[in-house]
Design a protein around this ligand. Sequence first.
Ligand code: NOJ
Length: 610
Amino acid sequence: MSNQMVKLKLILLFAVCLLAAALSAQTPADSPAKSSNPQASGTPGASADDIWWKHAVIEEIYPRSYADSNGDGVGDLKGITEHLDYLRDLGIDAIWIAPMYPSPQVDFGYDISDYENIDPQYGTLEDFDRLEAAAHHRGIRIILDMVLNHTSDRHKWFVESASSRDNPKADWYVWNSGIPVDSPGVGDFQKRNEHDGVVPPNNWESFFGGSAWQWVPARRQFYYHKFYKQQPDLNWRNPAVEAAMFDVMKFWLRRGVAGFRLDAIPELYEDAQLRDERDLGGTNDQGDPNLEEVRTANQPEMHDLLRRLRAMVDEFPGNRVLIGETYPPNIAALDAWYGRAAHDELDLPMDMLVGFGSDAKFNATYFRRVIAESETELHGSQPLFVFDNHDNDRSIDRFGDGLHNVQIAKGIATILFTSRATAMTYYGAELGMITQTPKRKEDVKDPIGITGWPREKGRDGERTPMQWTPGPQAGFSSNPNTWLPVAPDYKTVNVETESADPNSLLSWYKKLIAIRRRNPALHDGSMAMIDTNDPDVLSFVRVRQGKNSAVVVAINMSASTKTVTLHLRSSGIDSNTVRTLAASEQGLESIRPTESLTLPPFASWVGAVQ
Ligand code: NOJ
């Protein structure tokens, strides 16, 4: 064979490989192949609207609590694999698995001691590969939690860094020699952390309580930790740290993961001058002074880093997604995480304003405002709505009124699955699992619940075992000593029982997700609010131009029967007849409203325009 023919064959082979990689949404063990930024210009061959994560339903799985396959009382990867059919039937497109890497488990996995392996409690790398292949087979993508801000203090990088001031990793974490205890401006909080006449360089606090600075005698220096002292912050101003963490991410991208949920992303950098935070007066739930959070989060360097990260991830085919754990104070701050008009930073920073806003309540005026903001104030970026996660009381308790909690949870699900946003849910939300806060301090597992008791009872309540059956341990484990107790309502609130009940919350989730998947207007139609002055009923219309498809949604957020006017013509829809697609209350299913629609208390209704 001539040299030229060999070259031609190689070029052809390379082109075929690239095409195959680009077609695969999730290619295990693929090597980086250049593709353009999907937000800015679109992946070759795909319109912007074909990008999978824009339409996805993502479920967060807390691996300790999902399913225990080996009877040790703790969930594991095999347990997830065994329940993939359930996730597929529910309509889940991707699962985000909270950290399952080796970890001393001080913060239940958010203290990682090896980024390229699996904690033996959860299985092995082979179990991960089997989970990924089985998920891929069912059309489910895997998103990993990536903790960039800090490692465990048992990570080999930190062990080396802490050993002396002149080792090769000496500058991989945020170290400081402190200041003399009698320096001007040193307050009592700092003075409590005195070592050999020096105190930390400022008043910064750990988010989890106490000083954010920990003394290490071997270096005679403090290191900074935003979270537990076992979670030292990496020094992101050191390029070697960036390179090492990017390598970690490439390790998983090559293994085929569909992207990352970036933990504590606002906290990556701290003020370079180490200036004090302003004292706001009073104390927080850990009994520490209330401080502003200006010097220890949201530093300007963040945005350049995210652009570099975005570019690195875009070298892998298949529109890998970058989701951010962002708790923005307002919509402008959320927009900044996307890279504003440039769309070159995160794909899906979490819009916590909708589900966790300080004024969040089950109220039409509230939801109309926050949803409208996400439609108009994000430079056309794709919103990501989140109502539940492993750090907050479950939404059924936060939004529920104690009398109509399941109906209210159906209303929340209706917003989540029929609005234009990408939907993120949390295991057990589909069942209406409740927050099971420990009643006694001695039962608490989450360290912040122990140090903060009784003001802060920790996060165990939203992490209880998944409720699969009405049988022992709710079908979560064969072991009666589950790592957290199963919530007492498991006999009725479980997958088996709710699957058999067409009016259950689980059936409502399934119905809505199925409608969202097959209806063009819900897939990528525009979104407009209707009846915008109604204080009790949230209603909106989704319209897919060109496909002759429109869907109307109405949620009665009050305890009284309400009638809404549909205003279809003023929304540009040339029809007055609507067919019910889904209704949360029996009797509503068969109605065909024309001009108006009457909804019982807390009812949710979805209809297709004929
Ligand atoms: C946010 C995570 O969601 C939380 O569970 C964890 O404790 C902190 N980041 C620290 O990693």
